[in-house]
Each structure stands twice: as structure tokens, then as C-alpha cells.
Design a protein around this ligand. Structure first.
Ligand SMILES: [Zn+2]
Length: 611
């Protein structure tokens, strides 16, 4: 069968995956990051995937499913771990298996690779610890401690961020830990030099350990002390970062996300800085929601990591740096990940760490007053403009047109066209036309309108009610037939349910068959609170409602066939009369036999349609 194939590459068996799902309490898992409240038989809370003030995020504890009625995200325990910790499927299953002390039956290669990664994580943790104690205790770390104090970084903060000190020696870490060569190079903590001796990667540097979102140490950044020079007297690079390793990807990692996560979820806002000390400064100034890229520009994968947590991304860069971010990419990421990117207006030539020390209130204000990216870019153009002469204003106008045209939305562009025309005293119509011309020629980005999401709410109501019963009271599935569902999506959903597998497996299978809408319908009804088991009369009413709806649709088709001459009038008239008679009997004491014959009729029509 089709859905089994995708598993082959993953090397984790279906039964292991089922065991992991069964062993993981989804409410306990989610409440590690989101507050859930029990309402009736389900749990609800504020959705971590989109900003909201009233809870539309629902969890069904028994089936292990979550669904948001606002942004329509849906999933199970594994999806949750994948989305919130951005792990791939296999790593998510491994993490949950670890939590539940389930041993996975992986193939030999996968388990070897896993053990190797485990060894690297452990070594990294040990190194972080060793460097950290060096900073706190060793006499030779005084220079680092003095430097931190001068930058307003207290011992408490140093402990919180587990800062460290790499002594001014070639092999201090190597000698203390006896890491083997595979571990040294696998973590980037050291290497083997030309004389065949093991050597540390970091020397005489302040250490900023870097963790993954779950809090595992994966890399480190090392900062030189002011004035440090190489043996030949030239200044050293200020920062040295771990290389890419099997446990560390720069493109994907945001420094401090492990600590910032909670506040980011709480506020819906994330602050992106350039340096580790900037991040620490924001935490110190009472905004523990700052992260930094690790020696690389902000990119697509960083956005992917952030959109799980934040709706608003505030860039707190030095003004010149922020203006230079690739505008086209930023706008595209904004639309693709449904986030807003704003820029904090820091005084020119100041970074957040300096401002925090001098004026923490001003730092907080700069984040609160952060302006949309486009506005920030336009302000920069206008700041540099020469307003005194018509030529100066025209030049600024040309620059503004270029900046405006980069934005993919005409609606957004137009709001700023007015502002720019006002400031530069240019003709609005002319400016608007020029922007439109440039935008048409240069933007390759699709129009702003998002593709319509299939709305489960638009599917026929009787079918939804029936599916709700089938999902929550499995024994009632036999009361229904696939032919009762007039909408293809609901038919697919119902057929999938009849396999009797757990709901998460059913939904996953639908997804992999490309039947996402059917998967979504089930994702939604499974988190509804079904209340107590309905009475027989209530069940019969749902069945009758569905049958009436299906029969009405079928009768309309029959009438159309009659008009177009594809069915003989005497046949059609008899059928229409019979069906109407039976519909009238639903709910009476002859209801059961009426139901049976309608079922037969509808199933026959569906079979004919499908052949
Ligand atoms: Zn949501």
C-alpha cells in the first residue's frame, strides 16, 4: 500500500512510532511550552503558532491531537516536537522515545550514527562545563571577569548563559578531558596539529556556548579580550565560532533561542541581534526574548525557526546594517511565514549592548517603537535627502521609488507613496505611476493574496456532524456508509476512518496520499468536545439528516439526467417517488428498513459514478 513506502527511508518501524505516540501524554508535552486549560473534555490555550488573545488552540488528550481553529495548524505529539523544536521526523521520534524510555529498533547504521551524535553532545556539554568553571574560579580568568564586569555583565548573568574562559594555552581542554580525535573534530572543540598533537580550538577567549532550542550544547563562539594580538603583532579576529559539525548548523541556529523561547511565546515577539553580548544586554534590560545569528546573515532557515514562536520579528541591528538586509527576501519571508519584520531605531553607531549600559529605557523604547522594514528603509533615504533644491528632492525621489518598488504589495506601497510625495513635495500620481512601472518590471514575487486555505467550515454540515460521531464513538461507524457523504473530501475522510487505526495514523496516511483536506477535516473534529455519548434518537437524527442531504443531491442529479434524456422517464419517476416515500419514513418505526433501502440506492449510484 502506498503510505508504507515513505517509511522505508526512515528506519523506524511503524510499531515503534505507534508505541511512542501511545506513551506520550500530549497535554503534558504541550504544557511545557503553552498553558492549557481544561474545558469540558478537551484542553484549550492560546495558539503558539499565531498571535491571538482568545484561545482557539485545542487538544484532544485521548487521541493525542492538537488543532487550531484560528490558523488551522494540526498535528500529534511528533508533529508538535517537529514544529516547535524544528527537528526532522526521525529526530522527533527519537526525542519522544528518549522521554518515554522506549528503545527504538533502528537499523545498524542509524543507531551507530545516533550513538556518535550522542557522544558529540556529551563532549560538548562537558567542554561547556569545563570552560564555565574556568571562568568562575581560575586565577588566570581574572582578565575575562574584569572585562565582563566592565561591560555590566554580572556573575549571575555569566552563570545564566554559562559563559566560559578558554585559558591562554594550546591544549588546556584537551589535557583536562582527554577527548579522542573523532570527538575533537566532530565537535570542533579541537584538532590534531601538524606534529600530530591534539590542540584546542579556542585559546585566550571568552566563551559563549550555543545551545539548540531544547537546551543541548552544540557549538560555541569565542571572543578575544580587547587588545589581543597574534604572535606577529597583528590584531586577532574578534570572534571565532565553531565550524559546521554533525550537531551544529549555522544556517539554522539562533543563539539563545533556548532561553528566549518562553518569553517569545508569551509576547509573540522576538528580537534579533548581531552579537552574543547584545542578546545578553536585552535579557539584562528585562527583555528575555532576544536571539542572535551565529556569524552568518539572517536567512530563510532562521525565519522558519522563528515563525514557530513569534509573529513579530524586531531587528535590533546597528542602523547601517539593518538597512542593508536583503529587502526582497525579507518581504518574501514576511508573507511566506506570516510574520511582521520591524526595525528598532537605535542611535547611529550604537549597538544594543552599549545602549543597555547607558540607557536601558531607551533600549526598551527602541523595540516598542520599531517600525516596519519598508518604513525604516524609506526613512534612511529621506534622512540623506537634500531638501533644499528640486534636484536634491528628485534624486531622493528616485531612491525612494526603488525602495518602494521592492515591496510586493501594491496596497502597502501605496500607503508610503503618499508619505514620500508629501515629504519630497512630488506629484502623487506621477510617483505612484513610476513605482508601479518599476515594480512591474522588477518584482518576480507572486501577488500578495495568499492561496485560499481549504475551509472545513464550507463543507456540508451534515457530513461534519456524522464524521464527528464516527471519530469520537468508533462503534457508530457502521451506522454510516461512504455513499452518504456527498462531498469527496468527507468521503475520503470517512473511508480512511473505517480502517480502525488510531486517528493520528489515519490522518498521517491521508496526508501522505495527498488528501490534505480530508486530513484537516479529521484533525479539526477530533479536538471538538463531543460531550457525553448521544442518545439513540440523537444518533438517528444525525443519520437521517445526512441521508436526506445525500438523497436530495442524488435526486437533483436524477432530475438532470431525466431532462437530458439519459434516463427513461418512467424509471426516474418511480425512483423519485420511492426515495421520497422512504425519506418520509426516517425516524418512524419503519425507519430502519427505510434507511437500509436508501443505503442500497445511494451505494448503487456511487458505484455507478465511480466506474
Ligand atoms: Zn493558531
Amino acid at each position: 500500500m502506498e503510505p508504507r513506502r515513505y517509511r522505508l527511508a526512515m528506519a523506524i518501524s511503524e510499531s515503534d512510532i505507534a508505541a511512542v505516540r501511545a506513551a506520550t501524554d500530549i497535554v503534558a508535552l504541550i504544557t511545557e511550552q503553552v498553558a492549557l486549560k481544561k474545558t469540558g473534555r478537551r484542553w484549550t490555550g492560546l495558539c503558539p503558532f499565531h498571535g491571538e488573545k482568545t484561545p482557539s488552540f485545542s487538544v484532544n488528550a485521548e487521541e493525542g491531537r492538537y488543532y487550531c481553529f484560528g490558523c488551522r495548524v494540526a498535528g500529534d505529539q511528533i508533529t508538535w516536537v517537529r514544529e516547535t523544536m524544528h527537528l526532522d521526523f526521525v529526530d522527533a521520534v527519537r526525542l519522544l522515545a528518549d522521554r518515554a524510555s522506549i528503545e527504538l529498533h533502528e537499523d545498524a547504521n542509524a543507531s551507530k550514527e545516533r550513538k556518535e551524535r550522542q557522544r558529540l553532545f556529551e563532549a560538548m556539554e562537558r567542554a561547556v562545563d569545563w570552560y564555565h568553571h574556568r571562568l568562575l574560579e581560575a586565577p588566570d580568568a581574572r582578565v575575562a571577569r574584569d572585562y565582563l564586569r566592565s561591560r555590566g555583565i554580572s556573575g549571575e548573568i555569566a552563570r545564566q548563559f554559562r559563559l566560559g574562559w578558554a585559558p591562554d594555552q594550546w591544549d588546556a581542554l584537551v589535557n583536562a578531558t582527554h577527548f579522542d580525535e573523532a570527538v575533537l573534530t566532530g565537535t570542533g572543540l579541537g584538532f590534531v596539529n601538524q606534529r600530530g598533537r591534539k590542540q584546542d580550538a579556542m585559546r585566550a577567549r571568552l566563551i559563549f556556548p550555543i545551545f539548540d532550542p531544547s537546551g543541548k550544547a552544540i557549538a560555541m563562539g569565542g571572543r578575544v579580550m580587547p587588545g589581543a594580538t597574534r604572535p606577529d603583532g597583528t590584531p586577532q579576529a574578534k570572534y571565532k565560532n565553531s565550524p559546521e559539525t554533525p550537531i551544529y548548523s549555522k544556517r539554522r541556529t539562533l543563539y539563545a533561542l533556548n532561553w528566549a523561547k518562553d518569553d517569545v511565546i508569551r509576547t509573540g515577539e522576538i528580537i534579533v541581534c548581531e552579537g552574543y553580548t547584545d542578546v545578553i544586554a536585552f535579557f539584562g534590560a528585562g527583555m528575555p526574548r532576544a536571539v542572535a545569528t551565529c556569524g552568518t546573515a539572517l536567512g530563510e532557515e532562521h525565519f522558519r525557526a522563528m515563525r514557530n514562536f513569534a509573529k513579530r520579528i524586531v531587528l535590533a541591528y546597528d542602523a547601517d546594517q539593518a538597512g542593508q538586509s536583503a529587502a526582497a527576501s525579507v518581504y518574501q519571508w514576511e508573507r511566506q511565514h506570516e510574520v511582521d519584520v520591524a526595525v528598532a531605531r537605535l542611535p547611529r553607531g550604537t549597538d544594543p549592548a552599549e545602549l543597555a549600559q547607558r540607557d536601558p529605557v531607551a533600549l526598551a523604547q527602541s523595540v516598542a517603537d520599531a517600525v516596519p522594514f519598508l518604513q525604516f528603509r524609506l526613512e534612511r533615504v529621506l534622512e540623506l535627502a537634500d531638501f533644499a533644491t528640486p534636484e536634491g528632492r528628485a534624486r531622493a525621489g528616485e531612491r525612494a521609488i526603488e525602495v518602494l518598488a521592492e515591496h510586493p504589495s501594491e496596497l502597502v506601497r501605496d500607503q508610503y507613496v503618499m508619505q514620500v510625495a508629501d515629504r519630497l513635495r512630488l506629484d502623487v500620481a506621477m510617483l505612484r505611476a513610476r513605482v508601479a512601472d518599476v515594480a512591474r518590471g522588477e518584482t518576480r514575487i507572486a501577488p500578495i493574496v495568499a492561496p485560499p486555505r481549504p475551509a472545513a467550515g464550507r463543507l456540508p454540515r451534515p457530513g461534519i456532524e456524522a464524521l464527528r460521531l464516527c471519530v469520537h464513538f468508533a462503534d457508530l461507524r457502521t451506522r454510516f456508509d461512504v455513499a452518504y457523504f456527498v462531498h469527496e473530501v468527507q468521503r475520503d475522510a470517512f473511508s480512511a476512518l473505517t480502517s480502525g487505526e488510531p486517528i493520528s495514523s489515519v490522518i498521517e496516511r491521508l496526508d501522505h496520499q495527498g488528501l490534505e483536506e480530508a486530513a484537516r477535516v479529521l484533525s479539526e473534529v477530533v479536538v471538538d468536545d463531543p460531550g457525553p455519548r448521544p442518545t439513540d434518537a440523537a444518533i438517528a437524527a444525525v443519520v437521517a439528516q445526512l441521508l436526506r442531504h445525500a438523497s436530495d443531491v442524488a435526486l437533483h442529479e436524477l432530475e438532470r439526467e431525466l431532462r437530458s434524456g439519459t434516463v427513461a422517464p418512467e424509471v426516474a419517476v418511480t425512483v423519485i417517488r420511492d426515495v421520497k416515500e422512504r425519506l418520509a419514513l426516517l425516524g418512524s418505526d419503519q425507519g430502519e428498513s427505510a434507511e437500509a433501502s436508501l443505503r442500497e440506492w445511494l451505494a448503487g449510484r456511487l458505484a455507478a459514478q465511480l466506474t
